[in-house]
Design a protein around this ligand. Structure first.
Ligand code: AMP
Length: 396
């Protein structure tokens, strides 16, 4: 069975064709700068990767380019669209409507459209991807997999904000949480690595990439997460500030005469690692500068790691203890220095990092010391595979 996984961002489309018999990726591609003159399509596995400058005026063009590459008679991964059994779409926001993945019909599409208000950059792109697939591939089953769905199990004490209750009733202002597919994937893999049923485990999953979030997973269910009404809340990220005093926003607008859009831009695109270091949103650059003694780069490391440590602490308390901490995504999987800073000094709490194991590279692995009560695991995330698995489950 072959599943096409589509991930439409505001100006991009990533796709993978996965053969579920082997869970192998048989084709992969990326359309970037969709909607602008300098758009391009990069596709092909490893050494066969190629980049084509092609004008993609919208996501329909991008989906068409992807399909054309997949069935290219010269070197496409498949001969015809008949070989694709179904399509799984990453959809960012499912609001309170969706607590699991669903087969897309008109009602689902209407609800995703309604949630566009909550994710104005991402949901419209997802909708365009779904509509383009329906247009190009006819009645091929399409499944929506939501970033927010995994977190719908959170209790009210985790998802409500202490604002006037009417804002929840009328505007649905509450914590939704994001990166749900990644948190779910790594939590399930953690249970497999620990060889225990997930419903006997308390796990903290840390997704530390350009975007960062952390989730408390109790018995396989998300009970709290750091991202909120939008992905801005919580941890410090590549360019997002995460938690700050909300009064700073009114200060920026009232005292510095920023427009709400400028304040939003500052917090989402000019803060985090980039804003503090003044160098880059990429931790590799910040690391090089920190190792050369750059004080703001060192401060950026400290703020970033301390934010993660704080959250781990609060989730250990709120869950009444933990069995495992899982670290994933670009920063988490690759930066031993950051992992060390996050996890050092916790020995008395039974969280003991093995310095040697932490310094090694690799795939799924344990980096806690033998005497650590809490297991520390690195698990490379694989949202595409999780999406494809959901598709298989739904279409049987
Ligand atoms: P992601 O959003 O999961 O793709 O993560 C991307 C981020 O991971 C980049 O912006 C970098 O900050 C970080 N990253 C990737 N590789 C490394 C590395 N070797 N060392 C430190 N950070 C890395």
């Amino acid at each position: 069975m072959k599943i096409l996984v589509m991930n439409a961002g505001s100006s991009s489309l990533k796709y993978q064709l996965i053969d579920m018999a082997t869970e192998e990726v048989v084709a992969i591609g990326l359309c970037e700068r969709v909607g602008s003159e300098d758009s391009f399509h990069k596709y092909g596995l490893d050494d066969n990767e190629r980049k084509i400058e092609v004008h993609l005026k919208d996501h329909h063009d991008a989906v068409q380019a992807a399909i054309d590459a997949l069935i290219d008679p010269a070197d496409g991964a498949i001969k015809s669209l008949d070989e694709i059994d179904a399509v799984g779409h990453r959809v960012v926001h499912g609001g309170e409507y969706f607590s699991s993945s669903v087969l897309i019909d008109q009602d689902v599409l209407d609800k995703v459209k309604e949630c566009s208000k909550l994710a104005p950059l991402h949901n419209p792109a997802g909708i365009m991807g779904i509509e383009a697939c329906a247009d190009i591939m006819g009645d091929k089953p399409q499944i929506a997999v939501f970033d927010t769905a995994f977190h719908q199990t959170m209790p009210a004490r985790s998802y409500m904000y202490p604002l006037p209750y009417e804002l929840y009733e009328t505007e649905r202002i509450r914590r939704y949480g994001f990166h749900g597919t990644s948190h779910r994937y790594v939590a399930e893999r953690a249970a497999a690595m620990l060889d225990k049923p997930i419903d006997e485990l308390k796990i903290i999953t840390c997704h530390l990439g350009n975007g960062c979030s952390i989730t408390a997973v109790d018995k396989g269910q998300s009970v709290d997460t750091s991202m909120g009404f939008t992905p801005l809340e919580g941890l410090m990220m590549g360019t997002r500030c995460g938690n700050i005093d909300p009064a700073i926003v009114t200060y920026l607008i009232g005292e510095l005469n920023m427009t709400p859009a400028e304040a939003n831009d500052l917090m989402n695109k000019k803060s985090g690692l980039l804003g503090v270091s003044g160098l880059s949103n990429d931790l590799r650059d910040v690391r090089a500068a920190a190792e050369a003694g750059n004080e703001r780069a060192i401060l950026a490391y400290e703020l970033y790691s301390y934010a993660v440590k704080r959250y781990i602490g609060s989730y250990v308390f709120s869950m009444g203890g933990i069995d495992a901490i899982v670290i994933t995504a670009g920063v988490g999987e690759n930066c031993d220095r950051m992992r060390r800073m996050i996890l050092e000094g916790l020995d008395d709490l039974g969280i003991v990092l093995d310095a040697e194991l932490n310094a090694k590279r690799g795939g799924e692995r344990t980096i806690s010391a033998a005497n650590s009560k809490v297991k520390i695991l690195i698990i490379p995330t694989n949202e595409e595979l999780m999406i494809a698995k959901d598709v298989v489950e739904l279409i049987g």
